[in-house]
Design a protein around this ligand. Sequence first.
Ligand SMILES: Cc1ncc(C[n+]2csc(CCOP(=O)(O)OP(=O)(O)O)c2C)c(N)n1
Length: 571
Amino acid sequence: MSKTLRTGAEVLVDTIHQQGVEYIFGYPGGAAIPIFDALVDSPIKLILTRHEQGATHMADGFARASGKAGVVLVTSGPGATNTITGILTAHMDSSPMVVITGQQTTGNLGLDTFQEADVSGISYPVVKHSYLVKDARDIPRIAREAFYLAQSGRPGPVLIDMPKDVSSAMIEPSTGDEFHLPGYKIPQEGDSDLIERAAEMLSRARRPLFLVGHGAVISGAEKAVTFLAEKLQIPVTNTLLGKGCFPESHSLSLGMLGMHGTAYANKAVLDCDLIMSIGSRWDDRITGKIEEFCPAALKIHVDIDPSEINKTIVVDVPIVGDARLVIEAIAAIAKRGDTSDWIAQIDRWKRQFPLKYKKEGKVKAQHAIDEIYRLTEGKAIVTADVGQHQMWAAQFYKTDSRFHWITSGGAGTMGFGFPAALGAQLARPDKTVIAIVGDGGFQMTQSELATAVVNKIPVKVMIINNNYLGMVRQWQSLFYENRLSGVDLEGNPNFVKLAEAYGCKAFRIRRSADVRRILQAALDYSDGPCVIDVEVEKEDNVYPMIPAGAPYHQMILEAPKKKLAKPVGST
Ligand SMILES: Cc1ncc(C[n+]2csc(CCOP(=O)(O)OP(=O)(O)O)c2C)c(N)n1
């Protein structure tokens, strides 16, 4: 055998390294040992997680903080199926990820052999693409295609299933020839006639509104959107994942809209005469009852994915293209209309219906989040888990820059926030990274405390601890006559002792008067990760709220006095 030959696994690792990969998040097993073996001699750093789901969320957090694909490596069977939740999470939010799964040997496929699972098949509905590698000579091409597909156009997760005989086969080293993907075309500039129409409509509108989504963040459209909004004096609202495209501290910003959006953003949606979605897919959290969503407003939709056009909301002007390029083109020709009355009206709503909370009594979640926003001057990267704390974080931790807000929007995956923070911190060692999590969600992936401690990843984990699965309790309390079912988290551990058991620094906040001082101490701590257990008011609810599937005019601003109908949409 020639000395120059290398294993398929070594060639895979070399090709990945050539893509600029610094970290692989993984968990080993028999079918993946050849690839773990190849990592021993590679400059790529392996982060051993405590569960495969944690690995996927770390890779996702890395991707969302850097814009580069996060990489996961796991074994076959249960190792691979444990990644499915994380793959779904990345898929729903268009996050670039490459997931490499070990697999049984090719001759054993289909025979129900040990730890065999048809992972490329299982993953198909939730990936951008899935590969099952059958010939080791295809490895460099497939690896390069996988990164290209994951990171280009509308990003997403790509899976590579690697049978053990393929990763062990000896092949000529290569990091890949040119590849051709003739069916894969990425829209760039939008149609110029439609861009002209959009520009004219924007100039004529008296009550126009921009809705920015994750697509605008991904495309790097923040400068173009800010320029256009300021030039035309058009207010901007953002989706949960659109935080960071347009500064939420800007006077033209309305913050988040939709189910738990600000009252003023929601009122503006009800009243606007034109709405332009920039990289937002008119998600159901945004539209509420589709038939009653902005019925009188003209609608423009800018999206890189043609399958999003007219999927739920039928629009007047669909522009398929890259959000940044399309907005730059519109900005070059659009003229300012008269929006002064509209802006004055919005400013009145801002004064009349601000986001608010009380500081007396038990610690309010909003107070703790507002305080950490002030202490960090809004400059930290925040990852939020899923539940009430997520919505309060979205409301009170204003985001001004791209890649500074990370949360599971489309899938709403509990357990995402903490491991995503670890990935984000590795991507951005220069930044303060804060995970805002609930006591429920944290317990789904808390074993990654070991990963954080061993690797000295200095994230701050703020547990908004209400001893409840708070968001579900809120629904039961508002719409199911407070018949609480399966939401009491009796049996919660002492989170301070739990963290300390992992060798992690921990703080606890019990009184409103201590919030600022203890948060400052946690921010000053720099010798590794720390946990802050914030014991908050147990039965507080998130407002404003538009019940799922309801129209905007049914927005609830504060605790209702009468019984509410059960919502038609799901949590
Ligand atoms: C994996 C998963 N299981 C269940 C749910 C449904 N769910 C949405 S929010 C929520 C409660 C979250 O509780 P907690 O983490 O304590 O946060 P809180 O709402 O109290 O802030 C649940 C169970 C989910 N989103 N994800």
